[in-house]
Design a protein around this ligand. Structure first.
Ligand SMILES: O=C(O)C(=O)C[C@]1(C(=O)O)C=C[C@@H](O)C=C1
Length: 357
């Protein structure tokens, strides 16, 4: 077959794809009308997950599961925009890992708001300026982001979904080789997580390490200074047209960050595989057995607790704490309801959402 003939086949398939995609969107439009009439939310993470699982299991290749996921996430983003355009706020700057997380869920089509602080993302969602907000909640090497936990306690927004993305760092620079690098820009955490690499390649030259507030800022500075490098994400390097000299330079290849997608008054439908996040403000935690008794209730009802973090009451004279708790299950599950009812005055439910591996 000639190139022309092959391209002709591709063109004809593209026409069919386009027809099918538009037919899909006509049905999506009907879903949108139905949702408007019944005042229900557009974004349904559990439905998207079920579609993804189904199409991936039917796939016979040569497309990989990852490629299918990427294509479908764009289809969902386009579908949600047909139902109702929704703005997404995320913790910036552009090129940050949170930006990467937001795009991985909402696709390149959505309208984004880049905000400078976690608090400003909460505010944008709380006031309705953005429909969704994306913020980090924890890193599997560094632990929890306390600012996020505290804002979940203080504000009235829900968790609509969680997602986890691998965190890979690159050394990006205009310099031809490491010996020419006199300065390295990055965030404290990135320097910490790439120490082994830095020791190996820069033991002789000992470039100055300059801490800046984000890895995107590091990429921007390194793009302006050819004797320097940035430790940053590949998207940040790309954003500032900075060549990547080494990729995946982190000491631990299992480095992952978990993000929450925030929304106002958001309730998911149950899936087979849910997690619930809540805050418990137990009274009298200075008395023996109060916390143990509370935890015992979960054990008795066969509920698996996956996380408990204690946080101080701000402004309190004493050493009193509230708890950030995560468990397996949906908030309307019979056993979860029993605990919620028993402790109804002390529990603030933040969200039940499909568990993301
Ligand atoms: O099934 C729905 O509820 C839809 O709105 C359709 C659809 C889709 O494109 O399949 C779009 C957005 C939702 O997040 C889930 C699925």
């Amino acid at each position: 077959m000639t190139l022309e003939e092959i391209r002709h086949e591709i063109d004809s398939l593209d026409n069919q794809l386009l027809t099918l995609l538009n037919r899909r969107m006509e049905w999506v439009h009907k879903v949108g009308e139905l949702k408007r009439a019944t005042k229900t939310v557009i974004y349904r993470p559990e439905r998207e997950k079920a579609i993804l699982d189904r199409v991936k299991s039917q796939n016979k290749g040569p497309l990989t599961a990852d490629a299918i996921e990427a294509i479908y996430l764009e289809i969902f983003a386009a579908a949600r925009n047909i139902e109702l355009p929704e703005r997404i706020a995320y913790l910036g700057p552009e090129g940050s890992f949170t930006h990467q997380a937001a795009e991985s869920r909402f696709g390149a089509m959505s309208e984004y708001m880049t905000l400078p602080t976690i608090k400003s993302v909460f505010e944008a969602v709380d006031t309705g300026r953005a429909k969704f907000g994306v913020i980090p909640i924890e890193n599997n090497q560094e632990g929890i982001v306390y600012e996020t936990v505290d804002l979940l306690n203080e504000t009235g927004v829900n968790i609509a979904a969680e997602l986890k993305i691998p965190v890979h760092f690159a050394l990006a620079t205009e310099a031809e080789n490491p010996s020419k690098i006199k300065r390295i820009y990055s965030k404290d955490i990135a320097f910490r997580q790439c120490r082994g690499f830095l020791n190996k390649y820069f033991e002789q030259t000992q470039p100055e390490e300059i801490q800046v507030e984000s890895t995107s800022k590091a990429a921007k500075l390194a793009a302006e200074d050819p004797e320097s490098a940035a430790i940053c994400s590949v998207i940040a390097a790309r954003l500032f047209s900075l060549p990547v000299l080494f990729d995946n330079i982190e000491d631990n290849g299992n480095n992952r960050t978990r993000f929450f997608i925030l929304a106002k008054d958001f309730v998911n439908q149950p899936s087979e595989n849910d997690k619930t996040t809540l805050i418990a403000r137990l009274p009298d935690t200075d008395k023996p057995g109060v916390l143990a008794g509370f935890l015992q209730d979960f054990k008795r009802l066969n509920i698996n607790l996956t996380k408990i973090e204690s946080r101080p009451y701000k402004g309190s004279e004493d050493f009193n704490f509230w708890f950030f708790i995560e468990l397996e299950g949906y908030f309307k599950d019979e056993n979860v309801q029993k605990v919620f009812k028993k402790h109804r005055n002390y529990i603030k439910w933040l969200g039940s959402y499909v568990k993301n591996a």
